[in-house]
Design a protein around this ligand. Structure first.
Ligand code: AMP
Ligand code: MN
Ligand code: MN
Ligand code: MN
Length: 291
C-alpha cells in the first residue's frame, strides 16, 4: 500500500452551515481527534463555512480540500454531487449554489403546510429554529423538530413516516441539473464526485445513465467508502469506479454526534487497486504555511 492510500481522509461531512449540528471548528476538532489527516467540509449547496474550515483544519495540522455537496435532480430523483478542491470564491459556483439554495424557503413552507394537514402544527417555525443557516433549511431540520415534539422517536423514523416520496410531508423539488453542478465545480478548478451512489433508488439502466452523463459533463470521482454504504456496496462501487475510470473517494457523511452512525475518520480504507481522489487533487490541498 502506498502512503497516500493509508492517509486518513474524510471528504464528506456537515456543519451548522447546512444540516449538521456542530460548528465548522467543532467538526475540525473532532476530525483531528479521530486522526483525520486530510479533511473536507461539504455543507449542502453552500460554501459559507469554507474559510472557517480552512483556518480550523490548519490550526489542527490537517490538510484541507474545499468542499460542498450539491443537490441535483436526475431522472426525477435527487442525487448529490460532492465538489472538492475548487476555488470557493468562483463567481459561477457561488451564484449557482445561491440559486440552488433559493428554492429551500418556499419548499419548507410547503412542507409545513403539508404536515399541518396531518395534524402537525408549527413545523416550519419549529424546523427553522434548528437551521443554523436560514438559507439552508432542510428536511433534517424538520426531522429534529418532529423528534423534539415526540411525534417520532428518531430522525430515521421521521424520514420513513413523513419526509420521503409518497409520505405526507414530502414536497417534490427541482434542484440543479447534473450538468450545471458538475460544471460549477470543474469550472472553479475542482473535482466533481458522485456522493453515496448506493442511496439512490435507480434501476441499473438509470444508474448507468447517471455515470455516463456525469462523465460526459466532466465528472471524475465516485464515493466508494461512505457512511451510507454497506461493505458489499464498497465492492460494488469499486467496480463502478474501475468500469467508468473514476477516482475513488471516502467520507463519513457525519452530521451530528447524536445522529450520525458513522464517526469522522472511522471508515475502512479504499479497496485495493483504486486511485484515490486525493492523488489527483494533491496540488489543491491547502496546508498551513510553514513558520
Ligand atoms: P434536503 O436536502 O432538505 O432534501 O435534506 C436531505 C438530508 O436529509 C440529507 O442530506 C440527510 O442529511 C438527511 N436524510 C435523508 N434521508 C435520511 C434518512 N433516511 N434518515 C436520516 N436523515 C436522512
Ligand atoms: Mn444532510
Ligand atoms: Mn447526501
Ligand atoms: Mn452529506
Amino acid at each position: 500500500m502506498t502512503s497516500t492510500t493509508l492517509l486518513n481522509a474524510d471528504l464528506h461531512c456537515h456543519s451548522v452551515v447546512s444540516d449538521g449540528t456542530l460548528t465548522p471548528e467543532a467538526v475540525a476538532e473532532r476530525a483531528a481527534a479521530n486522526g483525520v489527516d486530510l479533511w473536507a467540509l461539504t455543507d449542502h449547496d453552500e460554501v459559507g463555512g469554507q474559510d472557517r474550515a480552512i483556518a480550523a483544519a490548519h490550526a489542527h495540522g490537517m490538510g484541507y480540500l474545499t468542499g460542498t455537496e450539491i443537490s441535483v435532480t436526475f431522472a426525477g430523483k435527487t442525487v448529490h454531487i460532492v465538489g472538492l478542491g475548487f476555488d470557493h470564491h468562483n463567481d459561477a459556483l457561488v451564484r449557482g449554489l445561491y440559486n440552488t439554495r433559493n428554492g429551500r424557503g418556499p419548499r419548507a413552507q410547503e412542507m409545513g403546510a403539508e404536515l399541518a394537514k396531518v395534524g402537525i402544527k408549527g413545523a416550519f417555525e419549529g424546523a427553522l429554529k434548528y437551521a443554523g443557516n436560514p438559507e439552508l433549511i432542510s428536511r433534517t431540520h424538520f426531522a429534529r423538530f418532529l423528534v423534539e415534539t415526540k411525534v417520532c422517536k428518531d430522525t430515521n423514523e421521521v424520514f420513513k413516516r413523513f419526509l420521503t416520496e409518497g409520505k405526507p410531508g414530502f414536497v417534490p423539488h427541482r434542484w440543479a441539473t447534473l450538468k450545471d453542478a458538475v460544471q460549477w465545480i470543474t469550472g472553479a478548478g475542482g473535482m466533481a464526485v458522485v456522493a453515496h451512489p448506493a442511496r439512490y433508488d435507480f434501476t441499473p439502466t438509470e444508474e448507468y445513465a447517471l455515470f455516463t452523463e456525469f462523465k460526459a459533463h466532466g465528472g471524475q470521482g465516485v464515493e466508494v467508502v461512505t457512511g451510507s454504504h454497506t461493505v458489499a456496496e464498497y465492492g460494488e462501487y469499486a467496480d463502478i469506479a474501475r468500469e467508468f475510470g473514476l477516482f475513488a473517494s471516502r467520507g463519513s457523511d457525519f452530521h451530528s454526534p447524536d445522529e450520525s452512525h458513522t464517526e469522522l475518520g472511522s471508515l475502512p480504507g479504499l479497496p485495493a487497486g483504486l486511485t484515490p481522489v486525493w492523488e489527483s487533487l494533491a496540488d489543491r490541498v491547502l496546508r498551513a504555511a510553514a513558520h
